[in-house]
Design a protein around this ligand. Sequence first.
Ligand code: AMP
Length: 426
Amino acid sequence: MHRAVRGMNDLLPNEIQSWHYFEKSFTSHVELYNFHEVRTPLIEHTALFKHEIGENTDVVEKEMYAFERHGDFLAVRPEGTAGTARAYVEHSIGSKEPITRWYYLGPMFRGERPAKGRYRQFHQAGCELFGDSGPLCDVEMIDLVYQFFLKMGISKMNIHVNSIGSGHTRQRYRQALVDYFTPIRHELSEDSQRRLELNPLRILDSKNVRDQELSSQAPNILDLLEEDDKNHWQLLVHFLKKLNLPFVIDTKLVRGLDYYTRTLFEFRVLDTDLGAQNTLCGGGRYDKMISNLGGPETPAIGFAMGIERILQVMKKVEYKENPLCYFAPLDSSAQAKTLELARKLRDLGLRVEVDGRGGKLKSMLKRADAQKAKWCIMIGETEMEKEIVSLKNMKTHDQEEISWKNLPTYLANQSKMDHGQAACLE
Ligand code: AMP
């Protein structure tokens, strides 16, 4: 028997409703903030990820699905920002509009060790905003995510924020970390000893307990911020307070990717069984990426949220569907009539399944029941003669006769079509 690749999951129809609900909610929410959807390829040149995410990051170094085909070195995207920024530069969007607000949804691929809330194919929804350098837009973006989580029924969370400064601050901080860790390097984990040379900021990110203890006394980046970075940071904190957002300043937050400058943030949910995988959303500023990619100097900020994790926290979404009308034709002449009537019902927006198996009414009623149909519409010889249907309410078991002519409007009026509306049960 063939099995799906480890860490990659099928989404079967019984769980897809919650995905549709998420997707609809996310798109309508971010559209309120005037974000527009962009769709970029799943595969990019490996070099894009190496340059933008960073060669010494876990994502690029250990987790990327990369391969060579027809002489090109390619990789399946591990995240959405690099491809989106590439498209922004390639299509010279910056010369057409001063500010660009894009969002995306889709699968991402990382060869991580699978665990609950950590997969090799997972899905992210994210926004990227190009062309605005001010802290107001950082806070608007953080608030966008917060408001979205509230809409999804998730309220118990902390928003971790930090600034890693830009240019000079980064250089000075890097040096300060090297000076601090070098005398105690032999106490660091093997990974962190390697990071000390390549990317010392990442030591702060380590999951190793001893590394974390040693990091607790490390220099604080906020003390080293230069004036512009400091102004940005202070205004950011001011706006976060004004909006009463549940944030915590977390100077150890560096996030795994190299492209960030200044603001970083993560949404961590409290009280879940997700364990270490409790980060629902991560983001930050990346003011240098567009110019690195050959575009003009363009500030940018973005976030990505993990859909699987969010759905796990939401646990149960009760989705009120458009009620189902189930046709049970009892012979072949009734079958043809059924297709005609089904068409009319669907034209009015009703959800319809036609049972084409022929045979016993009992088994058709059984399936109607299993599909939670609201009505079963039966047509046999007598109904054909009288140009009616026998309409059975599957809940009350009441049965009535309705003419073919009246059936569509009768059912449309009966059904309160509140599909798309979901009640979130925590
Ligand atoms: P990142 O791109 O690493 O900043 O991740 C952003 C968000 O995507 C995280 O906060 C998670 O919610 C989600 N995410 C990242 N990696 C995975 C994974 N391997 N499996 C499931 N969700 C993930």
